[in-house]
Write a protein of this length. Structure first.
Length: 491
């Protein structure tokens, strides 16, 4: 039976997935391939059945993945299209993901994996399978049975390895990507097994790259594997091995825009990490990357990443300023007014350990730090510790009906906005005072703020002792330990 599933193809290649766009699948023959005489085995298919992909797409747009799954199940009861319609399981899975129904999504992904495993008999098919498994690995983390993703990844690896004897080079790209995914899962519970899995595939690609069978693709996958190793295991020589592989690859393919784009992406990641801890090394690496990438900036991918690399200069300089601030007197405060302050003044902060928290109402990561700030204040407040928020005017007012801060078309007075800030903090059970700076202030710049949340911990003598940028448990733990140390030293 032959059936041209144009709508299914369009559906699968539509931008339904926020993470991966899979190659469009080919179902049956196109009209140009058809023989002059119609084949006798062409099945008659009801028009309403052929319209099923459109119906499913519409239901997904309306946020009704469960109904879309029902429509698919009903359509698959038709022998004429059951096999072809299995490709729609993946599309419906994404619909469930968008609805945050991850277990339902995994049911659909499971059917999609089963379908792809059954029809994978070429390197091209293997690429499609690898993309699906990579997608499943992301969303499977949210399901109650994340181990299913590991099981499916193992099955996919076995399937592609079965093709390796006939296609020893062509299968290395999908196989390497599957191994990256599986090793990343495995590293959470069995680091040794993950190391071994990656090391074997790295060795295989290094052997290939030492022969005439090497290609840009084999170097790309080798570098991806080495980057994964460096990310997962934090080995001292991890980035050195990545750099060595790039050097070898670009020597072999000096005009490769694919490799250069990959190099650009890696350099951005490395420099971005260094920018927060080692500004001198970050600047040195940035200058080298810019020099190497500039001849390739006509390539759109390279040009965009090069621009991002250059944009890190302000972050690097901010880190330099922050490091220089450690042990030095905190810059003087610039205050237009207080919110949630209950009569507090700068003089009340003298002799205390103070955590200045640069934040904004609209900043999700800032709000994510609130529980930690509340805990710090509750634990250390009686020992001479205070949290002081610092924010700007952003045009917010408080909507009593919704109980939310809103940014509307009105231009609130400073008093109105400070009241909105206070009510916002109170709605989050936050009792610490907040400074609102003048609109033309240099305070944020003086404290090296380029992103928020930005926490500055000051000792009883008014000297800066720690600066942390961003939210997360690691920053919270570091601040907590430093607060204890500073209070202990002074007691």
């Amino acid at each position: 039976m032959r059936l041209r599933m144009f709508l299914v193809i369009g559906l699968l290649s539509a931008p339904l997935s926020p993470v991966f766009v899979l190659p469009a699948a080919t179902y049956g023959q196109e009209a140009t391939d058809a023989p002059d005489t119609p084949a006798e085995d062409v099945a008659e298919v009801e028009p309403e059945v052929l319209a099923v992909p459109d119906e499913i797409l519409q239901l997904l747009k309306e946020g009704k993945p469960a109904k879309a799954a029902e429509v698919l199940q009903t359509a698959m009861e038709s022998d004429a299209v059951a096999e072809e319609f299995k490709a729609l399981h993946q599309t419906i899975a994404i619909g469930f993901v968008r609805a945050r129904q991850y277990d339902k999504a995994m049911e659909q992904f499971g059917a999609a994996v089963e379908f792809e495993l059954a029809r994978t008999d070429s390197p091209t098919d293997a690429q499609r399978l690898a993309s699906l498994i990579r997608q499943v690995s992301v969303y499977g983390l949210h399901a109650t049975q994340p181990e299913l993703a590991a099981e499916w990844a193992d099955n996919a690896i076995d399937k592609v390895r079965a093709l390796e004897a006939e296609h020893p080079i062509e299968t290395q790209t999908p196989l390497s990507r599957l191994i990256q995914v599986r090793a990343s899962m495995l590293a959470r519970d069995n680091e040794d097994a993950a190391r071994e899995m990656l090391a074997k595939q790295v060795a295989k690609l290094e052997d290939i790259n030492a022969t005439e069978d090497r290609s840009e693709k084999t170097y790309v996958e080798l570098i991806n594997l080495l980057t994964t190793q460096a990310r997962l295991f934090k080995d001292d020589d991890g980035q050195d091995r990545v750099a060595s592989a790039f050097e070898e690859a670009l020597e072999a393919y000096p005009e490769s825009t694919v490799l250069m784009a990959q190099y650009a992406s890696n350099e951005y990641s490395v420099i971005s990490g260094l920018a927060r801890v080692n500004p001198d090394e970050a600047i040195e690496r940035m200058e080298a990357a810019v020099a190497k990438l500039t001849p390739f900036e006509e390539n759109r991918g390279v040009e965009l990443t090069l621009r991002r690399i250059k944009s890190l200069e302000s972050r690097i300089e901010s880190t330099r300023k922050q490091l220089e601030m450690i042990g030095q007197p905190a810059p003087p405060l610039d205050i237009d007014g207080w919110a949630n302050a209950d009569g507090i003044s700068v003089e009340d902060l003298e002799g205390k350990v103070v955590l200045y928290d640069f934040w904004a109402i609209w900043c999700g990561p800032c709000i994510a730090t609130f529980p930690h700030l509340r805990e710090f204040r509750e634990e250390f407040g009686e020992q001479g510790f205070e949290v002081v928020g610092i924010t700007r005017y952003y045009g917010y007012t408080w909507d009593e009906e919704s109980g939310k801060a809103v940014n509307g078309s009105d231009d609130p007075t400073p008093e109105e906005e400070r009241e909105a800030i206070a009510k916002f903090l109170q709605s989050k059970d936050m009792k610490h005072p907040t400074i609102v700076t003048p609109k033309d202030t240099e305070l944020q710049s003086n404290y090296g703020v380029t992103g928020i949340p930005h926490a500055v911990l000051v000792d009883r003598e008014g000297n800066v002792q720690m600066i942390k940028v961003g939210s997360g448990q690691a920053n919270a733990d570091a601040l907590h330990a430093k607060i204890k140390e500073l209070l202990g030293e002074a007691s």
